[in-house]
Design a protein around this ligand. Sequence first.
Ligand SMILES: NC(=O)c1ccc[n+]([C@@H]2O[C@H](COP(=O)([O-])OP(=O)(O)OC[C@H]3O[C@@H](n4cnc5c(N)ncnc54)[C@H](O)[C@@H]3O)[C@@H](O)[C@H]2O)c1
Length: 364
Amino acid sequence: MSKTVRIGIIGTGGIARAYARAYHAIPEVEVVGLCDIVPGRAELFGEVQNFPEAQVFEDYRDMLDSLEMDAVSVSTPNLAHSFITIDCLKAGLHVLCEKPMSVTLEEAVDMAKAAKKAERILSIGFQPRYDPNMQTIRELVQSGVLGKIYYVETGGGRRRGIPGGSFIKKDEAGFGAIADIGCYSLDMALNALGYPKPLSVTAHSSDYFGKSSKYRGNWDPADFGVEDFGTAFIRLENDMVLYFKISWAMHMDSMGSTFFLGTDAGLKCTPASTGNWGGAWDGSVGSITIYHDLEGHQTASPIPIKPHGLTLFTEKVRDFVLNVQSGGKAPIPGEQIVRNQAVIDGILRSAQSGKEVSITIPEI
Ligand SMILES: NC(=O)c1ccc[n+]([C@@H]2O[C@H](COP(=O)([O-])OP(=O)(O)OC[C@H]3O[C@@H](n4cnc5c(N)ncnc54)[C@H](O)[C@@H]3O)[C@@H](O)[C@H]2O)c1
């Protein structure tokens, strides 16, 4: 492989701008291709984002046929993640795919299988993992200081944060808040726990805000085809349960903290901000507190919050690029995130049927 990592960007919409900033900040990268299905969009993106050397395409398969690349980032709406990722892996490329990994569990499993077969990196775009405070939370949970963990609560909510655009369309996004911001909450809790196997789920979802003309924002209620609220009770292996709630819009300031209950201590984490778009775990950590008994006294011990720049996204991209360059591993492996997707898949099935559903993850 050449010293410079030759990259293609597939899907040059909103979040591709963050990819552009990241790739410009990483000297090991050359962006050689830009692709968007909308005519002219990749070309305009190349001009505005200053990639004069990059060739532009409307069909990613033409880009795969025409260019020598090492890797791609896939930043299309969710429904296009799986087939594009699988074709890129089959073409011998490493892939950084945006979150949520896919729409169905079956797609996620196929993506992970394709990466394994091709012996290529498949990493999923959960940049909050690069927040040092998220790392502290994981270290505390993994350290055993909480004792036997038996209950976890996670989730988040925006007071008024329905994104509109491709996010609310069933035939582009596939689902709404449960996967869009819910996948972050699930990743936060499950990653801290070491991604235990999910066993079953009972869930509920609704779309009262998205469908209402009363709360109309930058979307048309007639276009709203997904859920804006979801809640679930998830059984995990090792006698643990996870309670989850997520909302794109609500009459409340926050959906509460993420917390872990153990036999020796509890750990509570709050998001850095609430308000209209805050309160979900796609941002930063506001506080971390351990609740425990010290010398017979019930004590709350705050854990110092570490500062970090606004570069989590760039750190995610850099980690992927450096692993591609060095022949390393997926920083956030698709194979692991299949369990995140299995929970989301279970939540949607249960919400639809109104019954508890079991979760079975096929062998990868
Ligand atoms: N990690 C993050 O912080 C973050 C933030 C926002 C969005 N996202 C994720 O990124 C993805 C894209 O979100 P967005 O806000 O950029 O959406 P967007 O709708 O603004 O952009 C998506 C782009 O993909 C293009 N596209 C669609 N199908 C395509 C195909 N088959 N081939 C090539 N291009 C295609 C669209 O034309 C559009 O330009 C979503 O999965 C979303 O969940 C991640």
